[in-house]
Design a protein around this ligand. Structure first.
Ligand SMILES: NC(=O)c1ccc[n+]([C@@H]2O[C@H](COP(=O)([O-])OP(=O)(O)OC[C@H]3O[C@@H](n4cnc5c(N)ncnc54)[C@H](O)[C@@H]3O)[C@@H](O)[C@H]2O)c1
Length: 478
């Protein structure tokens, strides 16, 4: 990026507007440009220094599982941060110091409440004069299970309206390779009149967090970073080095985008394999968990994956479909990935089949046989039911005529289409009145011996009870 000035929409843009640089702070550098006797530095070295001094003003768009811990980490390192989220419920929780993601403690939110370098808004506020924009926005599936980048596009238009030369824009959302350069960049350029790599900096850095993981978090998970050009890359690397132990620069935006999709597709494929193994073991009359424990004793060449009722969340349930779509766009049939998605998506139906055959052996009509789902979050110890297989299982079992209730200490309310269910207390009475207890998510807080003691029949889809020597007549593993 040059240090020059650019005429835009008939208006002279200096490249330093909005970045609040007192003349005393402007360093003299070779190649710097003089305007009205004021010597200015290049936009790259200007932002570099503001990042070094932790003065660069950073807007984080999307305060969810990804954006909220990021915004707080940056604020903790001393940066002025504007957190932007249009969700009034989330914004109110933050303003009241209540966290809604596991990676953030409410106490942390209460501490920043009085910090003048911490601001929250429902929309990008131009008076904040952001110099760095971090996009942590949802990238869901649309109709026909294809990528829906509508939220990202709209946000890019808003950023473009405030973009100034020398600003840095970084996308963190998971998306298909090419998104930053072919979707984000044109929107930013067309709506601002500035050119990426010339007037502003552009980078991609995927968030790789694993919600509920006690060992790895935002700061100690190696961070992949790619820039559109060397200057964008260097600035983005510098930003992430301020709070990440290890930064992994890669050669291009698309490499970084695809690496993230590959990581999650790798998990999806291996989960599908182990799900298929579990179904095969059932057919063979073998205990899948014993087979897996035996195989996992090998110290190399195998990584432990476990079967379950299906995949959920914003990553494993969605990312392989982004990759599959992208492969198709390149005329490539990604057969293994497609099959993995099919297997994982078929697991709720398989679990319902297993439940139905157990229930069919009991006396009475379906309407008299209540099923109690234990755990509806998509994985253990997270308060997130997005894309959770429990929702499909619940709906299918109801469709078969069984009354279904659920208990999940982390999901007090489960929103279905047009209906809201409330978590039932986990009591002896509630366990005993269920014809079948279906363990779908093994939260650490579950008292498994108590659950085993009071359940008439239990189908354990997570193998959580396997070490408790349960009565095989009453406790069935997936
Ligand atoms: N959840 C994870 O564990 C995880 C891990 C790695 C990557 N990712 C990826 O990161 C991205 C974000 O995921 P998430 O889990 O944080 O999603 P999330 O739904 O928890 O958070 C996204 C937030 O963006 C807000 N939002 C929507 N439109 C907005 C706008 N125009 N401006 C500002 N905010 C807006 C929403 O209200 C929401 O609070 C996705 O691409 C996801 O695939 C998620």
């Amino acid at each position: 990026m040059g240090a020059g000035f650019r005429r835009n929409h008939g208006k002279l843009r200096t490249g330093l507007e909005g970045s609040v640089v007192p003349h005393s702070m402007i360093l003299r550098q070779p190649g710097s440009v003089t305007l009205n006797s004021v010597e200015t530095e290049s936009p790259e070295s200007h932002l570099k220094q503001r990042l070094e001094r932790r003065e660069a003003r950073i807007a984080v768009l999307g305060l969810g599982y990804v954006g909220l811990p990021l915004a707080l980490a940056l604020n903790q390192r001393g940066f002025p941060v504007l957190g932007v989220d249009p969700d009034p419920i989330r914004l109110q929780a933050l303003e009241q110091g209540r966290s809604y993601v596991e990676a953030v403690e409410s106490a942390q939110l209460r501490r920043v409440q009085s910090d003048t370098r911490w601001q929250l808004q429902s929309d990008l506020d131009p008076t904040f004069e952001a110099e760095v924009f971090l996009l942590c926005l949802p990238t869901p599936l649309g109709r026909a299970n294809t990528p829906d980048l509508g939220i990202l596009r709209q946000a890019a238009e808003k950023i473009a309206a405030q973009l100034k030369p020398g600003n840095l824009v970084i996308l963190e959302s998971t998306t298909w390779p090419g998104t930053t350069a072919t979707v984000l960049q044109p929107i930013l350029e067309q709506n601002s009149g500035y050119r990426a790599g010339q007037d502003f900096f552009l980078a991609y850095s995927p968030e790789r967090s694993d919600p509920g993981n006690p060992n790895y978090h935002l700061c100690n998970t190696p961070r992949i970073v790619a820039g559109l050009d060397p200057a964008s890359s260097a600035l983005a690397v510098q930003l992430y080095q301020s709070f990440c132990d290890q930064v992994v620069p890669v050669s291009s935006l698309a490499v970084a985008e695809l690496a993230k999709l590959y990581e999650n597709t790798y998990r999806a494929v291996n989960i599908a394999l182990v799900n298929e193994m579990a179904m095969l073991c059932h057919k063979m009359g073998l205990d899948a968990w014993q087979v897996l424990d035996a195989a996992h004793s090998k110290p190399f060449g195998i990584q432990a994956f476990y079967p379950g009722p299906g995949v959920g969340g914003h990553c494993i349930a969605i990312d392989p479909l982004y990759l599959q779509w992208s492969a198709q766009e390149h005329g490539f049939l990604a057969g293994l990935m497609s099959r993995a998605v099919e297997i994982n998506r078929g697991m709720p139906l398989y679990v319902c089949g297993r439940a139905k055959s157990l229930l069919a052996d009991m006396d009475g009509e379906p309407a008299d046989k209540e099923v109690l789902l234990l755990g509806v979050a998509y994985k253990a110890d997270v308060a997130d039911a997005r894309e959770a297989p429990a929702v499909e299982i619940l709906q299918r079992l109801r469709g078969m005529g069984y009354p279904v209730r659920y208990h999940d200490p982390l999901i007090p309310k489960l929103d279905l289409e047009g209906e809201s269910l409330v978590s039932q207390p986990l009591t002896e009475t509630n366990l005993k009145r269920a014809s079948l207890v279906l363990l779908l998510t093994a939260h650490a807080s579950f008292d498994l011996p108590e659950i085993l003691r009071h359940s008439r029949f239990l189908l354990d889809t997570r193998g959580a009870c396997r070490h408790l020597q349960p009565d095989p007549e009453r406790v069935i593993l997936l």
